[in-house]
Design a protein around this ligand. Sequence first.
Ligand code: SF4
Length: 158
Amino acid sequence: MSVRVNKKDNNVNNCKGYFISNNIKDVNINNKVVQKKSVKLLRCIVCPEGCMLFTDYNEIDDRLTKIEGYKCKRGIKFAEEELRNPVRILTTTIGIDSKKINRLPVRSSIPAPKAKIFEMVREAKKIKVKPPIKVGDVLTHNFLNTGVDIISSTTIEE
Ligand code: SF4
């Protein structure tokens, strides 16, 4: 049995400050890729401490294989979710037909897929609503089929 480790990529990307480095290594055993390893440095954003997390992640079986730098278990959960399916609360504004404000601040009801955030912001710009609107009112259900509702962040009577 031969084990070969290929260092294929060693780039630095800066995605909103959360992913700082990204090294991909494939591990081949008898010409079968058994491990597609991402080595990533993440900033935990769960609390203001902002721990730097040093992680190894196997993309073949979707498994966090190593993590260092966390000060509590929430950091492990954050890293697992960030590597598997990163999500963020979306905050933006939409149009409103009001005498008092031009744009209505809104947010997603639950964290939205990070990969869809820019598309959601773009599409949200096309929405226009009429008052009265209360804080927490659902303005759009299942926005762009993400399972996320868009809700008002404020109350506006007229
Ligand atoms: S690992 Fe724990 S202490 Fe560190 S930033 Fe995350 S939540 Fe805060």
